[in-house]
Design a protein around this ligand. Structure first.
Ligand SMILES: C[S@@+](CC[C@H](N)C(=O)[O-])C[C@H]1O[C@@H](n2cnc3c(N)ncnc32)[C@H](O)[C@@H]1O
Length: 196
């Protein structure tokens, strides 16, 4: 099995975990959208023993997720489930939290919007959605680095960095409310959304 490695994921995992320990303190089941290599799941789950971490991604990434889960087994990790936003039904029951990192700028805007709809439609009242990545604020890049990164994303055919107000506009009438906008290292944010 192919175990892929992403340096950026290694770099941000501890800063993200510090936030999740608090925001997921009373959560039972976290559904992770776009688990990627699987590195986040195997780092987070053993340190969040009170919950079950459910990995998911498009099938093409399942080998690497399984390989990481095999080498770093944890009783409280499930999956990977097949979940492709825009093409899959919500595959998990009972998740009271959703986590996703570095997906909103990879997906095309209509798919990112669909991810927000799916999260809003499936989280129970009081459920929390933690979304990590680069975002623009009031139509502005937050760094020159993010501006260059966005140009790179466009060349790669990705959707690009979204503005936080755009995300809010998608779910304003779905009662998914941005509760916190936490500045993170490397000009990223961790956005904490709550289903009301
Ligand atoms: C840049 S990687 C981030 C991976 C991981 N979350 C991390 O932070 O290391 C983007 C991830 O989004 C996933 N992805 C892209 N489009 C998706 C879609 N429509 N539905 C679900 N996942 C998607 C990719 O398969 C990939 O794993």
């Amino acid at each position: 099995m192919e175990k892929r490695f992403c340096q950026a994921t290694e770099n941000n995992k501890d800063a993200i975990l510090d936030v999740l320990k608090e925001r997921f303190a009373s959560v039972k089941v976290v559904f992770e959208i776009g688990s990627g290599t699987g590195q986040h799941a195997i780092h987070f789950a053993p340190q969040l023993e009170h919950l079950t971490w459910v990995t998911a991604d498009m099938e093409v990434n399942h080998d690497t997720i399984k390989a990481w889960l095999t080498d770093f087994p944890s009783d409280n990790i499930d999956g990977p489930l097949v979940y492709e936003v825009g093409n899959s039904d919500w595959p998990v029951k009972g998740a009271d939290a959703v986590f996703s990192a570095n997906t909103a700028h990879i997906m095309h805007p209509e798919i990112t919007r669909q991810m927000f709809y799916n999260v809003a439609d499936n989280l129970p009242t009081g459920g929390v959605f933690c979304l990590y990545g680069p975002f623009n604020v009031d139509g502005q890049y937050t760094s020159e680095g993010n501006k260059s990164f966005d140009a790179h994303l466009a060349r790669e055919g990705c959707g690009g960095i979204r503005d936080i107000s755009e995300l809010q506009s998608w779910v304003a009438d779905k009662h998914l409310v941005l509760e916190e906008r936490l500045a993170m290292p490397a000009n990223n944010f961790l956005l904490v959304w709550r289903k009301q």
